[in-house]
Design a protein around this ligand. Structure first.
Ligand code: CIR
Length: 257
């Protein structure tokens, strides 16, 4: 798949007030801005032109734009985020995406779906049911992609500790290859894919992103980078520590298309 654009939104000064399970030192806004800038620089290095939205202090989690929409081919599906504090992030994204996509589908109540639970693997979608995405939201998503000729499988991650979304523990890096945490690795839905495992304790690294000829990875996980390089990929690493404190991964910081 080749990408030419991405939508990003730098964090606002109240970014640390977003949803998180992390209980350590609060995320640092200035440092987050620096990390976000580096992230944007790497997206540009991958060949993407960026649409930078303004920080929106009404929604402290709105830097995690990926949860508001699922984009594929010429299609855009607006999500219905499962955290009530995030539900209205979608309204502005609808307006922005309207500039690029002529037809916008959307997940309808009582369905709830976060973009972080949707992992496209070529013509197939893995759709997570999580603490944020309910069965109805996953079912609607599966139905919408089916209308466009894609297949899907639904993966319930509610019993898996330590991951917020399906993509917190799973990435598709093209070439029929997935990167996955150990608690997902043996799922029968992944039959036919080569799965690159992420070591216990390094689960955060699983949320990597293939963009054109590169795989973007979180800095500080050399074993995964070594495995990717050994499999023939070129990696680019970025420090994500402030976003990790807010339970956010690499993929969440952009919508790529
Ligand atoms: C949240 O809890 O909604 C945000 N603090 C983090 C969202 C991360 N998004 C993602 O993994 N796709």
């Amino acid at each position: 798949m080749s990408f030419t654009r991405a939508i990003v939104r730098p964090p606002g000064p109240n970014f640390h007030q977003g949803q998180t399970t992390y209980q350590g030192t609060p995320a640092d806004y200035q440092n987050a801005l620096v990390q976000h800038k580096e992230y944007c620089g790497l997206l540009e290095r991958c060949g993407l032109s960026l649409t930078q939205l303004k920080p929106d202090i009404r929604y402290p989690d709105s830097t995690f734009v990926e949860d508001t929409a699922v984009l594929f081919s010429e299609h855009a599906i607006l999500c219905r985020p499962g955290a009530p504090t995030r539900l209205n992030e979608v309204a502005e994204m609808r307006r922005i995406l309207g500039q690029f996509f002529s037809l916008l589908d959307s997940i309808q109540a009582p369905g709830l779906l976060d973009g972080g639970d949707v992992c496209q693997a070529g013509g197939h979608f893995f759709i997570g049911v999580s603490q944020r995405t309910n069965e109805e939201g996953a079912r609607q998503m599966a139905h919408l992609v089916m209308q466009y000729g894609y297949t899907s499988s639904i993966i319930d991650i509610r019993e898996i500790d330590g991951i917020l979304h399906l993509k917190s523990g799973l990435a598709y890096i093209e070439d029929k290859r997935l990167v996955a945490i150990n608690s997902l690795i043996d799922r029968m839905e992944f039959t036919g894919y080569q799965v690159i495992p992420v070591a216990n304790g390094a689960e955060y690294a699983a949320n990597c992103v293939r963009i054109n000829e590169f795989v973007l990875v979180a800095d500080g996980f050399p074993k995964l980078e070594d495995s990717l390089v050994a499999s023939g990929y070129q990696t680019l690493a970025v420090d994500m520590s402030e976003f990790q404190k807010m339970d956010g991964g690499l993929s969440c910081l952009s919508l790529r298309f």
